[in-house]
Design a binder for this molecule. Structure first.
Ligand code: HEM
Length: 139
């Protein structure tokens, strides 16, 4: 029998907590978010969005990690720690246009490239994250 395709997971990503499991649970998500903010600190394209954040990124790292855990149908740690969130509303005070959205997604693409995830999961996550990223645009 042929080996299973990289994307032939059962159940598919997005069903139940399969994405959360594929990401390596909260510790895997924390590594992804750490890479994400490391990219934001190093990429010229991300300079403007980096400056929108406080100089100390530790709360931002904690919030995004715990948000993504719930977003992938894992434990909703963000809600327990920080309360309810509406992602576009949480960004309404920020000047986010096409370039800022794309810079955010570029940081995420770089971060995904550094993770030990199947290629199909990296592509899936980037595609899924582009939806809320577009919704965060304020101009
Ligand atoms: C589109 C480009 C984006 C930019 C430029 C951006 C930028 C920011 C900034 C600057 C903050 C800190 C806000 C502050 O301290 O006042 C923040 C917070 C946050 N962002 Fe984003 N973001 C983007 C997209 C996203 C997406 C797509 C998600 C989720 C999938 C997300 C999730 C969060 C969360 C959970 C917080 C914490 C909110 C809070 O508790 O205050 N962001 N973002």
């Amino acid at each position: 029998m042929d080996p299973p395709e990289d994307n032939a997971i059962d159940p598919p990503y997005g069903v139940g907590d399969s994405s959360y499991q594929a990401a390596g649970g909260v510790e895997g998500i924390r590594r992804l978010v750490d890479s994400f903010y490391d990219s934001m600190e190093s990429l010229d394209e991300a300079l403007r969005i980096r400056k929108m954040h406080p100089s100390d990124l530790s709360t931002a790292r904690d919030k995004l990690t715990h948000f993504l855990s719930g977003w992938m149908n894992g434990p909703n740690i963000y809600r327990s720690k920080y309360g309810e969130i509406n992602v576009p509303r949480a960004h309404a005070h920020l000047p986010i246009g096409l370039e800022e959205r794309d810079a955010w997604l570029l940081c995420m693409r770089r971060a995904l490239a550094e993770q030990p995830y199947p290629e199909s999961f990296k592509q899936y996550l980037l595609r899924e994250l582009s939806v809320p990223a577009e919704r965060c645009r304020t101009r």
